[in-house]
Design a protein around this ligand. Structure first.
Ligand code: GTP
Ligand code: MG
Ligand code: ZN
Length: 357
C-alpha cells in the first residue's frame, strides 16, 4: 500500500479486500468527480480524466454498477498520466444512495466509501426535524455514522439555538449535534476539530444551508462557488452542481454535494429502526406481534404518543416512511412473483410444444 493512496483514504479494510486480486500493471485511484462521459480520478500524485472500458460498460446494467464519487477503482494509465481506462470498482465499504423523487424505482448514487455523513441543516426557516429524520434513515441504512451540523447560528438568539439543539438531542440522544455559524471564526475552529485525517466525510443537506461555505472555510480559501438563497421563498438555487472530493489542510477527505430536493427511501428497514429506535423498543410491548401501530388495541406506541412521550409529528413521520419503504418492498415482491409466474408460463409453453399440442 503506497503513501499516496493512503493520503486519499485508502484503508486497511480496502487493502485486505482488494489488493490480492489486482493485476500488477493496474493503478489504484479514487474517483474525485463524475462527468457526463468521463471521470476525474486521483492517484494521490496526479489527477486525470479517464473513461470506462468497453467491457465495463457492457457488464453494467444499473446505475449501481457505475463508479460514483468516492469510489476506488483500478485503471490503466497511458501517455504520461494524461489518459486512462477504468477497469473495475473495488469493493465499496459503504454507499449512500437514494430513491429519486417520483414513483419510479430509480436509484441515484450519492457517494461511496464514506466514513461519516455530515447532515447540515440551517437553524433558520430551513430547520425541519422531519427532514432530518429522512436524512438519518438514508444514512443509517448505509451503515454510516451520521452527525448533524446546524448552520446559521448567527441568525437566531442563543436561547433559540439552544432550544432547537435541545429538541434534537432529546429526540435522538445518541446523535452528535453541533450548532455553528459560517461567519464566526471560533465556530469554524471548533468544527475543524471534528475532522480526522484520512477519514472520508460527506456533506448532505438542502440547497442553501451552507455546505460549500463550510467547505471553503475549512479549506481557508474560496475554492468553490456559493450563492445567497432567493429572498422570496428562502430556498436555495442549487449552486453546487456536482459532487466533488477534496482534501482538507488537516488531511481529512470531504465530499461536497448539491442540495437535495425531495428524496425517497427504499428497503429502509434498518435505517428506520436505528433512526426511530425508541419506537422499535416500545413496539415489543404491543399486544400483537404484527402491530402496525395504527388501529390496534394494546398498542404501546400509540399509548406513548397519546401520553406525549413520543412527539406526534415524529410518530407520523415514522409511519409515513414505513409505508414508503413497505410499498417498495411490496412492489419488489410483486415483481418477483410476476417473474415466477412468467417462468411457469414458459415452462408450460415448452411442455405443451414438446407434446405436440
Ligand atoms: N447567516 C449565515 N449565512 C450563511 C451561513 N452559511 C452559509 N451562509 C450563506 O448561505 C448561502 C448559501 O450557502 P452555500 O454554501 O452556497 O449553500 P450550499 O449548501 O452549498 O447550497 P447548494 O450548493 O445549492 O446545495 C450563501 O449566501 C452563504 O453566504 C451561516 O452560517 N450564516
Ligand atoms: Mg454548495
Ligand atoms: Zn403497536
Amino acid at each position: 500500500m503506497n503513501e499516496q493512496i493512503t493520503r486519499l483514504g485508502f484503508s486497511q479494510w480496502l487493502a485486505d479486500n482488494s489488493l490480492p486480486a489486482i493485476p500488477k500493471d493496474f493503478t489504484i485511484a479514487r474517483v474525485i468527480s463524475v462527468n457526463k462521459n468521463s471521470y476525474l480520478i486521483s492517484t494521490g500524485t496526479s489527477d486525470m480524466y479517464v473513461e470506462l472500458s468497453g467491457k465495463f460498460l457492457f457488464n453494467s446494467d444499473s446505475t449501481l454498477d457505475l463508479p460514483t464519487v468516492g469510489d476506488w477503482i483500478t485503471a490503466q494509465i497511458f501517455d504520461n498520466d494524461t489518459f486512462g481506462i477504468i477497469h473495475d470498482i473495488l469493493p465499496r465499504k459503504t454507499i449512500i444512495r437514494r430513491k429519486a423523487a417520483g414513483k419510479k424505482i430509480d436509484y441515484q448514487l450519492i457517494a461511496a466509501n464514506i466514513d461519516i455523513a455530515i447532515i447540515i441543516q440551517a437553524l433558520d426557516s430551513n430547520y425541519n426535524p422531519r427532514r432530518l429524520e429522512r436524512y438519518l434513515v438514508m444514512v443509517h441504512e448505509s451503515h454510516i455514522t451520521p452527525v448533524v451540523f446546524l448552520s446559521k447560528k448567527d441568525l437566531l438568539t442563543p436561547q433559540e439555538v439552544e432550544a432547537r439543539v435541545h429538541d434534537i438531542r432529546s429526540m435522538l440522544p445518541d446523535l452528535e449535534v453541533i450548532a455553528f455559524s459560517n461567519s464566526t471564526d471560533s465556530d469554524i475552529a471548533m468544527v475543524r476539530q471534528y475532522f480526522q485525517p484520512q477519514k472520508t466525510y460527506c456533506l448532505l443537506g438542502s440547497s442553501g444551508v451552507g455546505k460549500t461555505t463550510l467547505l471553503n472555510n475549512l479549506l481557508e480559501q474560496e475554492s468553490y462557488k456559493t450563492q445567497p438563497i432567493r429572498e422570496k421563498d428562502g430556498r436555495g438555487r442549487h449552486t453546487t452542481t456536482r459532487r466533488e472530493l477534496t482534501i482538507l489542510p488537516g488531511e481529512a477527505i470531504i465530499i461536497d454535494t448539491p442540495g437535495m430536493r425531495e428524496f425517497g427511501i427504499m428497503d429502509a428497514e434498518q435505517g428506520l429502526d436505528e433512526t426511530f429506535s425508541e419506537i422499535v423498543i416500545l413496539a415489543e410491548e404491543c399486544r400483537y406481534d404484527n402491530c402496525t401501530h395504527t388501529v390496534e388495541t394494546g398498542c404501546a406506541v400509540k399509548a406513548a404518543v397519546e401520553s406525549g412521550k413520543i412527539a406526534k409529528e415524529r410518530y407520523e413521520n415514522y409511519l409515513k416512511m414505513v409505508k414508503e419503504s413497505a410499498f417498495y418492498e411490496m412492489s419488489y415482491h410483486e415483481r418477483k412473483q410476476r417473474e415466477r409466474q412468467f417462468g411457469k408460463m414458459m415452462h408450460n409453453y415448452h411442455k405443451h410444444h414438446k407434446n405436440g399440442k
